[in-house]
Design a protein around this ligand. Structure first.
Ligand code: MG
Length: 373
């Protein structure tokens, strides 16, 4: 691997772990973070959590696990091309969705509403709570004791009120500074991954059509090109080829434009990166193209009546469970009962947020269906 750029995060310039540990013998600090994330319980649950489609609706749709793998793969390509820390990008990517509730954004909105008077619920902050406290695996500390830079990367956005409670992690929101370039890459790799796989999954589910997508500039460009070069190509291959060309074009643009931004601002260290403007970004053309895909998905997929029905049902499951457990904490598994007058509502949120889609459905049935145990 090429030598890291001077403005890349490295083991040498890392701000380290909350609980100091000896260096691993054969791994870098960020490889070690990645390994801890992969071995965590929350990571395994990502397999049964979905973003748009509920997990049991079909085996072919992306789950949060495959989404996280796609983010890591896209992010690593970008990091390597820019001589940034690939291991850190991989660790952040694999951890970035750990805090998501069951049923994707519908679940998060429902839980946030339930928690409105108790500090709210935000999946970024929950991801941090998981890696800092909720994973109970190590003898010497709570959580996974990840490096500062990995934890920083998990907090993509954060309101000022929450930032004030986050200590050194919250500082950059208060001072309006940037996170590392590696964290900036993960945010955009996330967008590239979900925009493209939601197009793919939406087509597969039959909720959006190729004809509708012809109105989306970047998609239409590759679709028409492919129809010309390969007339008679099956629809499945046509879709895959189009999506893969879109991903490639977005990634290449992001690399080229970011390299140009770096050359223009010439940061010499991670501290220069933190104090400067955001450097990882698309060119104006691709920014517009990316916004257009987002808008299309919002209007045609996320608001599709079949998706909204799922959303409606998910909100009901989450709020029913939350209400029952907060009204009567004795119904909770004992480890989620708050000790010594601690915050019981936060423990209920931890329990509900940790559920997979199918576990939440099952738990709802156990709690409310007469005749179920
Ligand atoms: Mg994501």
């Amino acid at each position: 691997m090429a030598e890291l750029a001077p403005y890349a995060v490295s083991d040498n310039n890392s701000r380290g772990r909350r609980h100091p540990e000896n260096a691993a013998v054969h791994r870098s600090e960020f490889q070690r973070d990645r390994d801890r994330i992969v071995h965590s319980t929350a990571f395994r649950r990502l397999e049964y959590k979905t973003q748009v489609f509920v997990n049991h609706e079909g085996d072919l749709f992306r789950t949060r696990l495959t989404h996280s793998l796609e983010v890591a793969q896209i992010g690593r390509s970008i990091a390597r091309a820019l001589r940034l820390n690939e291991d850190l990008v991989e660790a952040i990517s694999l951890a970035h969705d750990l805090g998501h509730t069951p049923f994707g954004h519908a679940g998060q909105e429902a839980l946030h509403r339930c928690m409105r008077d108790f500090g709210g619920f935000e999946h970024n902050l929950q991801s941090l709570r998981i890696v800092d406290f909720l994973e109970q695996r190590y003898a010497a500390f709570e959580g996974l004791n990840l490096c500062f830079e990995t934890r920083e990367g998990i907090i993509k956005h954060c309101g000022l009120e929450n930032a004030r409670q986050l200590g050194e992690l919250g500082e950059r929101f208060i001072k309006r500074q940037q996170p590392s370039l590696e964290a900036q890459i993960c945010n955009l790799a996330d967008e590239i991954a979900y925009n493209n796989h939601d197009v793919d999954d939406g087509l597969r589910a039959g909720l959006i059509s190729l004809q509708q997508l012809e109105a989306v500039g970047l998609f239409a460009r590759y679709l028409n090109e492919l129809r010309r070069i390969y007339p008679g190509l099956t629809e499945r291959r046509l879709i895959h080829e189009t999506v893969r060309r879109m991903i490639n074009a977005l990634v290449c643009d992001l690399i080229d434009n970011t390299a140009a931004n770096i050359a223009r601002h010439s940061p010499r260290s991670v501290e220069d990166v933190r104090g400067g403007p955001p450097l990882v970004g698309f060119s104006d053309d691709f920014n517009r193209a990316q916004q257009e895909i987002k808008r299309f998905l919002r209007e045609n997929l996320y608001q599709h009546y079949l998706v909204l029905r799922m959303t409606h049902k998910a909100q009901r499951i989450i709020s029913d469970l939350f209400r029952a457990f907060t009204e009567n904490p004795a119904l909770l598994p004992p480890q989620f009962v708050a000790q010594d007058g601690g915050e019981q509502t936060r423990r209920v949120a931890d329990y509900v947020a940790g559920m997979t889609d199918r576990y939440a459905i099952k738990e709802h049935r156990r709690m409310f269906a007469i005749g179920e145990t």
